[in-house]
Write a protein that binds this ligand. Structure first.
Ligand SMILES: Nc1ncnc2c1ncn2[C@@H]1O[C@H](COP(=O)(O)OP(=O)(O)OP(=O)(O)O)[C@@H](O)[C@H]1O
Ligand SMILES: [Mg+2]
Length: 253
């Protein structure tokens, strides 16, 4: 029951099938990595789970802890405990990071209950310190003018402040220098635990040296074609996608 469960999911964009009978279960307490060539549907999957409206789900189900989230608004899905870190984070001019996260946390409280401002800033600063984010960033507009690495750190800050049950990270490692990669992975490792599941979409084994996944999935043409442990990412890196095609796609046909 304590899972993010995707069953026989079919998704199309403008009549074009993108996800094809896609199946994946991420139990709480586990970190799953999803790897696959460009255009295979990884970001589509992340966006469909988060409730993005551009995609047409033709069949299948997506459940959080047994409850269907298909057709729900992105806001409701986020309140249900899902956090999606985007490949290209949004910029929100005029809204500071501190106020953005505060509003998001407030929205998760029961009606009539107010967030304690002192406690909030205490937690925010502690987490910023842990993620090595300069405190001057609290006053800056969300992602506006941030470098790529600063955006990613800021996303991990949001993620750790919102304490989601399931985190999906779509190429959060792309464009990061070694120090920022370390900061982001430390953030994820700090958040790992029995009450939280992660789906980490990445192209590179490099990130998985820092965040060691419990399961690695290889996606090809809209579905997972093979899964294994952390060693699979290394094998993939050395053998490439032609090997995947020959071994797990063509052979299965
Ligand atoms: N909004 C859209 N309109 C039209 N086509 C789209 C849209 N979103 C995705 N696609 C198409 O769906 C396919 C899968 O795209 P997706 O972004 O999910 O791939 P990906 O696996 O994340 O690739 P990458 O590794 O390059 O990030 C691609 O062919 C893409 O062009
Ligand atoms: Mg993508």
């Amino acid at each position: 029951m304590h899972t993010l469960e995707i069953t026989d999911l079919n998704v199309q964009i403008e009549g074009q099938p993108i996800l094809k009978n896609f199946n994946l279960t991420v139990p709480k307490g586990e970190v799953h990595a999803l790897m696959g060539p460009n255009g295979t549907g990884k970001s589509t999957l992340a966006k469909v789970i988060a409730g993005h409206e551009d995609y047409e789900v033709t069949s299948g189900s997506i459940k959080i802890n047994g409850e269907s989230i298909l057709g729900k608004e992105p806001d409701e899905i986020s309140h249900a405990g899902l956090f999606l870190a985007f490949q290209y984070p949004l910029e929100i001019p005029g809204v500071s990071i501190a106020n953005f996260i505060r509003a998001a946390k407030q929205a998760r409280l029961p009606e009539g209950e107010a967030l304690n401002a002192v406690e909030y800033y205490k937690e925010l600063y502690a987490k910023m310190d842990a993620l090595k984010i300069d405190r001057k960033f609290t006053a800056r507009s969300l992602n506006e003018g941030f470098s790529g690495g600063e955006k990613k750190r800021c996303e991990v800050l949001q993620m750790s402040m919102l304490e989601p049950s399931y985190c999906i990270m779509d190429e959060t490692d792309s464009g990061l220098d070694i120090d920022a990669l370390k900061v982001v992975s430390d953030g994820v490792n700090m958040m790992r635990g029995p009450d939280r599941g992660f789906l980490i979409i990445t192209h590179y084994q490099r990130l998985l040296d820092y965040i060691v996944p419990d399961v690695v999935h290889i996606m090809f043409d809209g579905k997972i074609v093979h899964s294994g442990d952390a060693k699979l990412a290394m094998e993939l890196e050395s053998k490439g996608y032609d090997w995947v095609q020959d071994t797990y796609v063509t052979a299965a046909q």
